[in-house]
Design a protein around this ligand. Structure first.
Ligand code: DLL
Length: 438
């Protein structure tokens, strides 16, 4: 890769620690004043803690500020956290709202520019330049994936294909005809595209892809290798959430070991999810973000529920931006089965280490006679499916033993026919929990 192309905004991405702290200090002070002056909801939260903007002189005072949670966002729906007049807002995005009221986020033109630059950093770190054809197969609409990567791709000057998701064979046709070099979509959709490519009798040599930028859902290192193999690309992670603009809060570089957080726009903290105590660097805990450049919809100490670890270890790419590990699931997505904490990613890791299964699986949990039942449906590869009953039952036992080894509980393994588990074009559904626990 040409060295000039490695960074989108080198002065920021490689800024010294002292300069970054200074920038964050200044921006935090201004942001706190902005919400105090313009958002009564924040002012009330601060007043409850006996705080005024004068108490916040920089990032060292961040811990004094109250947390904000999804419940606050719902309570303040739709305009309660808006910090700019609607006439200055140019866009709205929203979460899917499957578990309650939607969260609506507002953007000024400057918010969109900042967001586009964050996504442009991600595309550049994945090797993207204006010579590339960027195929955006995240959903477009209220979901932030499509619009975010589309905006970043425009900034970089790539030829942008705003494909959205779905119509999978046509996606591959376009890739072939228009020579897409960078693919942006969820990792589960990337796996589906890889599967479809092979079913169409094509190989990675028949397309021109070199890199993929995948996020919006948890995915394992095993899934990364599988996608890289199926599509013949390097697969990069990207993280974000609607509340903080969307994708591009953090992005992976050539080292592919954790994502750099765009610290000029977001201050990250790790807290103990039970006590709210701020944990030292290197601890595993809940990620909390404060947005320090957002105009329309600023977030102060927003609890993401995502569990990860932060690290300031030197990165070989030259960026000095702090790194976060892949989220290890959300604290509210964690399943408790037979009293044991289970993250779907642990199961995915086991399954993808087996050569005879596909990356398609479903975890089904139920409660019968007051006892949890735990079944994992796993799709077989085509070759394994036509194999003997004995080898299929050996594989079931092997997976069962490995799951027991990792989790310490027994799961019923059900191997199912190829293509029998529904494919996802956006975020994959990996868990069906039939226990009515609430
Ligand atoms: O998923 C924004 C996005 C779009 C990110 C495209 C990356 C790419 P929401 O729909 O609001 O926003 O969901 C946010 O998705 O709190 C995480 O739990 C999860 N998530 C996002 N990126 C990753 C990732 C978008 N790279 C929620 N790895 C977040 C694991 C992720 N989980």
């Amino acid at each position: 890769m040409n060295i000039e192309n490695r960074y989108w905004q080198k002065d920021i991405e490689c800024m010294s620690r002292e300069d970054m702290k200074k920038l964050q200090d200044e921006r935090l002070v201004a942001q706190v004043k902005h919400v105090w002056d313009n958002v009564p909801y924040y002012r009330n939260l601060m007043e409850e803690k006996g705080l005024t903007p004068d108490d916040i002189k920089g990032t060292d005072d961040l811990h004094k500020l109250p947390f904000l949670s999804k419940a606050d966002l719902r309570e303040a729906y739709p305009y309660g956290l808006l910090a700019k007049p609607l006439s200055e807002c140019v866009r709205i995005h929203s979460t899917s709202g499957t578990t309650g009221k939607r969260v609506v986020a507002f953007y000024t033109q400057n918010d969109i520019d900042v967001w586009d630059n964050c996504c442009a950093r991600a595309i550049t770190a994945a090797g993207g330049t204006k010579e590339d054809v960027c195929h955006v197969a995240y959903g477009f609409g209220l979901f932030t994936g499509g619009a975010g990567l589309n905006g970043g791709s425009h900034k970089v000057g790539c030829l942008t294909l705003p494909m959205s998701s779905g119509n999978t064979e046509r996606q591959i046709q376009f890739m072939q005809d228009l020579g897409s070099t960078i693919l942006c979509c969820t990792p589960s959709y990337a796996a589906y595209l890889g599967e479809t490519l092979h079913e169409m009798g094509l190989t990675p040599d028949d397309i021109n892809l070199k890199a993929g930028i995948f996020g919006a859902e948890p995915w394992t290192e095993e899934m990364r290798s599988e996608i890289e193999r199926m599509l013949g690309i390097k697969a990069y992670d990207i993280y974000g959430l609607t509340e903080t603009s969307g994708p591009g809060v953090a992005f992976e570089c050539s080292e592919q070991s954790g994502m750099h957080i765009n610290e000029d726009n977001f201050i990250a903290e790790i807290i103990d999810p039970d006590t709210g105590e701020v944990l030292p660097e290197g601890s595993k805990g809940e990620l909390v973000f404060t947005s320090i450049t957002k105009e329309a919809f600023p977030l102060i100490r927003y609890r993401t529920r995502d569990i990860c670890v932060l690290s300031r270890e030197k990165c070989s790419c030259g960026r000095t931006l702090i790194k976060m590990t892949k989220p290890m699931g959300r604290s509210d997505d964690m399943l408790i089965i037979k009293g044991v904490n289970v993250f779907p990613s642990q199961i995915e890791s086991v399954l993808l280490k087996m050569s005879d299964t596909t990356p398609n699986y479903l975890i089904v949990v139920d409660r019968v006679n007051n006892k949890d039942t735990f079944e994992i449906q796993v799709e077989l590869s085509k070759t394994m499916f036509s194999d003997t009953i004995k080898s299929v039952s050996d594989l079931e036992k092997k997976i069962g033993a490995e799951i027991h080894n990792i989790l310490g509980i027994t799961a019923k393994i059900k191997l199912v026919e190829p293509k029998s588990i529904a494919r996802s074009e956006g975020k994959a559904v990996r868990v069906i929990d039939n226990r009515k626990l609430v």
